[in-house]
Design a protein around this ligand. Structure first.
Ligand code: GTP
Ligand code: MG
Ligand code: ZN
Length: 295
């Protein structure tokens, strides 16, 4: 009998499939005739249970595929940033946001370690990103403060927890799921000569909800994923303005409505500075427009 499942574990050497109704999990193999097909965590599959194994016969078309870590059919991304220790880095966050916008997944921003941070500063950043249109949750994973606010973004979804190293992703996931994830040691690395593959596990959260931890990046560059001339499309608030040229990159073009909006204080200096840094463009007006008093 053919049954449906979800690939909840994938490494270079092995995979596991979880049945969605019972959550029973089986080691899985690909049936001979699709042996050459690629298989990822997050793949919805159809197959047969033979003995103790799930034999995959069919892999459903993917709606998306994230590369680092490799997970298919991602519905939701939580970008976790520490507000302190390490210090909040808006450039890193803006790069993360642009990348997920580019992939087509609206990220939810999680500001973690609020127990260590200045509440006013946390609030300032929260307001800024909310004004752009992002959902922002502030919490302390360690002190289990506000964790329930995240449930809403996980329900019924395949979610990945992303963000820089040390942000508290593994801590958050451990507390949320009530499991013991080894902090800083969640994704096992399999050395394969010069190729290193990361194993991915999707943990069951709520009903029909699965969530994956990811190894932290210390650096994410939007331009690694997309062409420089495209980056402006993934800074949401820029899309509210119509420049003289429809393909304006908001750098050296005349009649740039985005630069005018920065000058009027409608677009945050922090965001525009980070954008210009990605574009590696020097705007001579930046220092006068963005005085210290403006974020
Ligand atoms: N004070 C405080 N510390 C936290 C909080 N969340 C996590 N930490 C600590 O921050 C450190 C890093 O936490 P991890 O959960 O390993 O961070 P990570 O994002 O998984 O890091 P990588 O796996 O390297 O990407 C640990 O020492 C945690 O105890 C928090 O809300 N408050
Ligand atoms: Mg971790
Ligand atoms: Zn422009």
């Amino acid at each position: 009998m053919s049954v449906k499942g979800l690939v909840t574990y994938r490494s270079a050497a092995a995979s596991r499939v979880t049945l969605l109704d019972s959550l029973a999990t089986y080691p899985s193999i690909l049936r001979k005739k699709i042996k050459k097909h690629k298989l990822y965590a997050g793949d919805y599959v159809q197959g047969e249970i033979v003995g103790e194994q799930f034999v995959i016969e069919k892999i459903a078309p993917r709606k998306n595929l994230l590369v680092r870590p490799p997970v298919a059919n991602v519905d939701s991304v939580l970008v976790v940033m520490a507000m302190k220790s390490p210090n909040f880095d808006s450039y890193l966050l803006d790069n993360f946001l642009a990348v997920y916008e580019y992939i087509g997944i609206t990220p939810v921003i999680i500001f973690n370690k609020v127990d260590l941070a200045d509440p006013q500063e946390v609030n300032r950043w929260k307001k800024l990103y909310e004004s752009i249109g992002y959902e922002v949750v502030t919490l302390s994973a360690l002190q289990e403060e506000n964790l329930q606010k995240i449930k809403h973004y996980i329900q019924g979804n395949i979610t990945i927890v992303a963000g820089p190293s040390g942000a508290g992703k593994s801590t958050l996931l451990s507390k949320l799921l009530g499991i013991e994830l080894k902090i800083g040691e969640v994704s096992e690395k399999l050395g394969r000569g010069r190729h290193t593959t990361t194993a991915v596990t999707l943990y069951p959260a709520d009903k029909n909800s699965f969530i994956a931890d990811t190894p932290g990046f210390s650096k994410v560059e939007a331009t690694y994923f997309m062409d420089k001339r495209e980056v402006h499309r993934y800074f949401r608030e820029f899309l509210r303005y119509r420049c003289k040229y429809s393909d304006c990159t908001h750098t050296n073009e005349p009649g740039c409505a985005v630069q005018e909006a920065v000058m009027r204080g409608e677009i945050s200096c922090s965001r525009f500075k980070n954008y210009l840094k990605i574009m590696q463009f020097f705007w001579e007006k930046l220092d006068t427009v963005c005085k210290e008093s403006r974020e």
